[in-house]
Design a binder for this molecule. Structure first.
Ligand code: NBP
Length: 479
């Protein structure tokens, strides 16, 4: 019997499509799933007549594979991954490779890499982005873990990934959990990007009273310019979809409570842990949380009803301002995400290549966008760039878009329309460019009630003041 090039466990949306992608590129794949009926259904359905070998035990899966064996897990993140690793360690041999392609938490991947390497096998945590369609036709893949595994998996992964400008959207990221970390930040950026587009649509609807067709035309138009991206493209598609049953625009019938699976929350938690400001990404998460607080929202709608006064600005100007605000805010989100990656690279010793990471996201993944090549260029020109905003190209873009960005934010706030991500992005921008912040007062307050001490701008050292001393006597001392 022909031996398989790779095994894949987990025949849900992602797993099935990745298997079909691999097979279509000439690889033989052996497959397995916890629930055997799903393996059978796949074998008799989409996999029928293809070089796909179904198995109903992990022993058989291992027997089917060329050595070193490569087994990819596409199962629900968390305990299922640990369960399968434990079982695979019983049937695999030293030198074999276990790959986790799910959305695992990077710290789990660090732990699992250590565990698997201690048994003499190799481990890879690979972020895979692109959803169902990407898995089938070419995802963006971010593998990290045991470096020795790369040469074995590279031919398969780079063949099945998306390609842009004749380059694969899959490169080795670095050690242990780095691949899953980069995928986590990708998802954090995705949360914020979706939130920004959502707010822009919301402002179009409420400030301009545009119908779905008018809004669809604007997003389609934007998709042929600087904002060209998968998320803008699908937004135009969504706006043009009619519900078969009622004949109404489908979007009008969709409930507004947003779900989440955790990667945006992890990115925000990680930014707090590393002390990196990524407030716009966090706003993407908080906005979904607020959307789900239906009871509170219903009570507040009654307590504080919104007036729906239309602004006096002409609609062409508002659309221009919205474009400027969306583009500028998007740059801020990427600046926050890449700042987090830069700090994580130092903290965990990963030596991440930030320019290359931006190029991996140019195809196959959900946040794919034309402007990512400018991020690659920025880091190629200066790998030690402190913040993406400081790259000459992004300085220029922010200056060009600043006026409309401010105008739309002022308008939205005046009209009581929520814009958590757009306003957080401009606050980040304004905060980072202030020469002297209000935090001198915060430091004074901390010293007043907690004797935490403060630095001075006119001399070196650390000082504490006894703020309530009689006769205004101030005692400053180096502490
Ligand atoms: P799911 O995340 O829905 O997982 C389904 C698979 O996990 C099935 O094979 C299922 O087996 C298996 N599984 C579950 Br659920 N509980 C298990 C357990 N206790 N023990 C063993 N196996 C278990 O599938 P998916 O949406 O295809 O995603 C797969 C991975 O890829 C996830 O980590 C996901 O976060 C990630 N991802 C998803 C997308 C996407 O767009 N969906 C995109 C990128 C990454 P069963 O058939 O026996 O129930």
């Amino acid at each position: 019997m022909q031996k398989a090039d790779i095994g894949l466990i987990g025949l849900a949306v992602m797993g099935e499509n990745l298997v079909l992608n691999m097979e279509s590129k000439g690889f033989t794949v052996t497959v397995h799933n916890r629930t055997p009926e799903k393996t059978q259904k796949f074998a008799e359905g989409r996999a029928w007549g293809k070089n796909i070998l179904p198995t109903y035990s992990l022993n058989d899966l291992a027997k089917n594979l060329k050595t070193p064996r490569k087994v990819m897990l596409m199962v629900k993140a968390g305990e299922p991954v640990d369960i399968f690793i434990e079982k695979l360690l019983e049937v695999l041999e030293p030198g074999d490779i276990i790959i986790d392609g799910g959305n695992s938490l990077y710290s789990d991947t660090i732990r699992r890499t250590k565990l698997v390497e201690e048994k003499g096998l190799l481990y890879v945590g690979a972020g895979v982005s692109g959803g169902e369609e990407g898995a089938l036709n070419g995802p963006s893949i971010m593998p990290g873990g045991s470096g020795k595994a790369w040469k074995h998996i590279q031919p398969i992964f780079q063949t099945i990934s998306a390609w842009v400008d004749e380059k694969p959207c899959c490169q080795w990221i670095g050690e242990n959990g780095s691949g899953h970390y980069v995928k986590m930040v990708h998802n954090g950026i995705e949360y914020a990007d979706m939130q920004l587009i959502g707010e822009t649509y919301f402002l179009m609807k409420h400030l301009l009273g545009f119908n779905m067709v008018e809004m669809k035309d604007i997003f389609s138009d934007w998709n042929s310019g600087e904002l060209e991206s998968y998320l803008i493209e699908i937004t135009a598609d969504i706006l043009s979809k009619t519900d078969q049953e009622t004949g109404k625009p489908l979007l009008e019938l969709i409930g507004d409570e947003a779900g989440q699976k955790g990667t945006g929350k992890w990115t925000s938690q990680e930014s707090l842990d590393l002390g990196v400001a990524a407030p716009t990404i966090a706003e993407g998460v908080f906005a979904r949380i607020i959307s789900g607080a239906k009871k509170q929202r219903e009570a507040a709608v009654e307590a504080f009803p919104n007036t729906d006064a239309k602004p006096s600005l002409d609609s062409k100007r508002i659309v221009d301002c919205l474009h400027q605000a969306l583009f500028a805010s998007k740059i801020i989100v990427y600046a926050q995400g890449f700042d987090l990656l830069r700090h994580a690279s130092q903290q965990y010793g990963w030596e991440l290549n930030l320019g290359e990471i931006a190029s991996l996201w140019r195809g196959g993944c959900i946040i794919r966008a034309q402007f990512l090549q400018n991020i690659t260029h920025a880091y190629e020109a200066n790998p030690d760039l402190e913040n993406l905003l400081l790259a000459p190209y992004f300085q220029k873009i922010l200056k060009q878009n600043e006026e409309g960005w401010r105008e739309i934010i002022a308008l939205a706030i005046k009209h009581g329309l929520p814009i958590p991500a757009l306003s957080s992005a401009i606050s980040y921008f304004d905060g980072i460019r202030q020469p002297y912040l209000w935090t001198n007062l915060v430091q004074a307050q901390r010293d007043y009630f907690g004797a935490h001490g403060y630095g001075r701008i006119d001399k070196g050292g650390r000082f504490h003041t006894e703020w309530q001393k009689a006769n205004d006597v101030v005692i400053s001392e180096e502490i």
